[in-house]
Design a protein around this ligand. Structure first.
Ligand SMILES: NC(=O)c1ccc[n+]([C@@H]2O[C@H](COP(=O)([O-])OP(=O)(O)OC[C@H]3O[C@@H](n4cnc5c(N)ncnc54)[C@H](O)[C@@H]3O)[C@@H](O)[C@H]2O)c1
Length: 334
């Protein structure tokens, strides 16, 4: 299959592209190599992907429609997977405009490209953050999710809304996945696991927000990639609507559009997470207990039933094993 993937220099795009290339597919990777975190890490990821003959890298910004068109010409994609984004919840308080540019304008450009190219399936990365401070747990796709707490979440929800309207108007089958705190080797240095492991190694204190009471549904990156690849083959249509006796499907009644969580449904409290890291590193952390930050939510918790009904798969790698693998990678590469 021929894939166009945006965000291949990033953490998740790298792992997804690597898996598809290992499986013998052709991938054009589009990425702006933005300086949100160390570009050297992005360059290393791209260098690994470039060892494969099936990979072509195109450097460009989502906001630049011509650059996207060039990547599309090279790819002639059957499937488009849009992962590039300004990620990070906290940074959206400091620099909201970069989220509008990348996630709203940039995502619109990807939708417009798909309208013209008509791939078999367009898949987009959204986030558990769109559930905001929802109190009903676990978070299910059919739940109301209209009260986002940050501009990051609001831009992702905006992308989902634009994608629904385009799927309705132009009939490109579209799946928006909502990812839940993804972690693993080659991960993001701005995320808690990477920061904590760096700090513990260097005998620095770690900032624990919400007095450690917040919980997150952590998803190991290999599980996430498995979920994405399986969902590529589940093209939203009335033919595969899941029976309401099994689970409430989020498939739109007006468009070939569906939202699907990818998360394991096993939230872990932050303090417990720190203990797991200490165990994996064989070293205690120095804890700096802090209150919750503006925009933080108390918990994320995925309902994984729709994913399982559609794909037969549910994330299975536990956080102890996942953190152990991350720490092993960190010791070798950082
Ligand atoms: N990692 C997580 O826990 C998580 C959770 C929920 C959702 N997501 C979403 O998954 C996707 C991938 O996240 P990630 O963790 O791999 O992040 P990442 O920052 O590692 O990767 C994103 C990539 O997109 C590129 N990019 C950013 N803005 C761009 C632009 N305007 N034009 C072109 N390229 C641009 C960056 O250079 C980067 O390589 C994002 O859409 C993110 O919002 C991630």
């Amino acid at each position: 299959m021929r894939y166009l993937i945006t965000g291949t220099a990033g953490f998740i795009g790298f792992h997804l592209a690597k898996r598809l290339l290992d499986d013998g597919h052709f991938v054009v990777g589009f990425d702006g190599m933005t300086p949100y975190y160390d570009i050297k890490l992005k360059e290393k990821r791209v260098a690994i992907l470039s060892r494969s003959n099936g990979f072509k890298a195109v450097t460009g910004m989502l906001e630049d429609q011509e650059a996207l068109e060039k990547a599309a010409e090279l790819a002639e994609p059957e499937v488009i997977i849009h992962l590039a984004a300004q990620a990070g919840v906290r940074y959206s308080l400091e620099n909201p405009r970069s989220y509008i540019d990348s996630n709203v304008v940039g995502s619109f450009n990807v939708l417009d490209l798909a309208k013209r190219l008509r791939p078999k399936h367009l898949l987009l990365a959204s986030t558990s953050s769109v559930y905001g401070a929802n109190e009903k747990i676990p978070f299910a796709e059919a739940d109301k999710a209209d009260e986002q707490m940050t501009i990051y979440a609001a831009t992702k929800k905006s992308m989902e809304l634009m994608a629904h309207s385009y799927a309705h108007l132009f009939r490109v089958p579209t799946t928006a996945f909502r990812f839940f705190t993804v972690y693993g080797p080659w991960g993001r240095p701005d995320m808690a696991l990477f920061k904590f492991v760096d700090a513990i190694r260097d005998d620095r204190a770690i900032d624990i927000y919400g007095q450690g009471q917040m919980s997150r549904d952590f998803t190991y990156v290999d599980d996430l990639v498995e979920g994405i690849i399986r969902l590529c083959n589940v093209i939203p249509s009335e033919d595969n609507r899941v029976s309401p006796e099994i689970v409430e499907d989020s498939l739109s009644k007006d468009a070939p559009f569906r939202v699907v969580n990818i998360g394991g449904g096993q939230p872990v409290e932050l303090l417990k997470f720190v203990e797991i890291i200490e165990l994996a590193m064989g070293k205690p952390a120095i804890r700096n207990m802090l209150p919750m930050q503006p925009g933080d939510v108390c918990r994320t918790y995925a309902a994984a039933d729709l994913l399982e009904a559609l794909t037969g798969f549910r994330p299975a790698i536990g956080v102890e094993e996942g953190v152990r693998r991350f720490v092993e990678w960190h010791q070798q590469h950082c």
